[in-house]
Design a protein around this ligand. Structure first.
Ligand SMILES: Cc1ncc(COP(=O)(O)O)c(C=O)c1O
Length: 369
């Protein structure tokens, strides 16, 4: 097979073009316009929450609630070391300190016991991340938060529609946030959303993301705010994507099931991410960890698959191992072990059964034959 297989591709199967044309035809292209409110309302309904506040990306969607919750310089927030950089950066934007917790060896999500170990008198909150679409085990995390009076802000950037114990992931903390970057379950190009059942918090977050402007008096500013608004064009794409979200999720689950079938019998060579007990993953990224028996290293495998025209990605590097947050004392051995051995395989709706068979055939060839 010679065609290139990318790791992620957006999938436009609905009204995306029609709604974007409408924005242009009506000249409503900035952050005012009917699609922003519509997308927020429909997303809140989909999530089963009172409020959804749109933002210009998933990173600022995390920053806004931290400001609204009053995070201060010197405060600490516990985040997984195995995550995308935004989860840690937003804590630092507030002058606070991200404290890195280890991962669970099976689900790769934050380890509740390590959260407990890393709590200090300065700890104000926890940001669990539903990694690669797999919900965290939220019950023990919420128990710890209640015990120590900490906020929980769920980083749900990768898990639109995933379920934990009958409720959508993103329904457990004081607020949760989503990304709509081009590679996500649903996309707006760049975009983000914060959801919450706390109406007062939502009101404050709308002011913060809208330059600090008084909602009842134009050009009257009540606090330092940011221009973190989503555009009408982005919201138009998002609304169209949301109309088909069940299809987008079903396609990813189908791709994951193909990988599992194709990798059956490879247990000596690769390990898969276990879905959290009581949860339903949306498989944002299907990933494998190489075992000792694999014939080449993870980085060598990425290069060889690249030569086969198959794009892959390394799992996220541990935050505490990178220059920006380097901390040799972080004590996250499980995270280090997972991250060093893992790759994300192509996971998107345009893959066929044959593509997945081909990817797994080449994977098997490189690591086992
Ligand atoms: C876990 C996690 N948090 C936050 C973000 C940030 O989202 P964005 O890229 O939209 O700023 C991402 C994006 O990839 C993510 O994977």
């Amino acid at each position: 097979m010679n065609k290139r297989i990318p790791v992620a591709v957006p999938n436009f199967i609905g009204n995306e073009k029609k709604y974007v044309d409408d924005c242009i035809d009506t000249t409503w292209i900035s952050s005012a316009g009917k699609y922003v409110g519509k997308f927020e309302k429909e997303f809140a309904d989909y999530m089963g929450v009172k409020e959804a506040v749109s933002c210009c990306n998933g990173t600022v969607a995390l920053h806004v609630p931290l400001i609204a919750l009053g995070l201060q310089p010197g405060d600490e927030v516990i985040v997984p070391s195995l995550t995308y950089i935004s989860t840690a950066n937003v804590v630092r934007y507030c002058g606070a300190v991200p404290v890195f917790a280890d991962s669970l060896a099976d689900t790769w999500n934050i380890d509740p016991e390590d959260i407990r170990r890393k709590i200090t008198p300065k700890t104000k909150g926890i940001i669990p991340v539903h990694l690669y679409g797999n919900p965290c085990d939220m019950d023990p995390i919420m128990d710890i938060a209640r015990e120590y009076n900490l906020f929980v802000l769920e980083d749900a950037a990768e898990c639109h529609g995933a379920v934990y114990k009958g409720k959508k992931a993103g329904n457990f903390g004081i607020a949760s946030t989503f990304s709509f970057f081009g590679n996500k379950i649903i996309t707006t190009g760049e975009g983000g959303m914060i959801v919450t059942n706390d109406e007062e918090l939502a009101k404050q977050m709308r002011v913060i993301k809208g330059q600090g402007q008084d909602p009842n008096r134009r050009y009257w500013f009540t606090r330092v705010g940011y221009n973190y608004r989503m555009t009408n064009i982005e919201a138009a794409i998002g609304l169209a994507q949301l109309e088909n979200i069940e299809t987008h999720i079903a396609q990813r689950r189908k791709v994951a099931s193909w990988y599992m079938e194709e990798l059956n019998g490879m247990e000596d060579y690769v390990e898969l991410q276990h879905v959290t007990e009581g949860a339903e993953s949306v498989w944002w990224m299907f990933s494998v960890l190489l075992k000792d028996k694999a014939k080449i290293t993870r980085d060598e495998l990425i290069l060889r698959l690249e030569k086969d025209n198959i794009e892959t990605r390394p799992l996220f590097y541990p935050m505490h191992q990178m220059p920006v947050y380097f901390d040799p004392e972080a004590k996250c051995p499980v995270c280090e072990n997972i991250a060093a051995r893992g790759i994300n395989l192509p996971t998107h709706a345009l893959l066929t059964r044959e593509d997945v068979a081909w990817i797994c055939k080449r994977l098997r060839y490189h690591i086992a034959e």
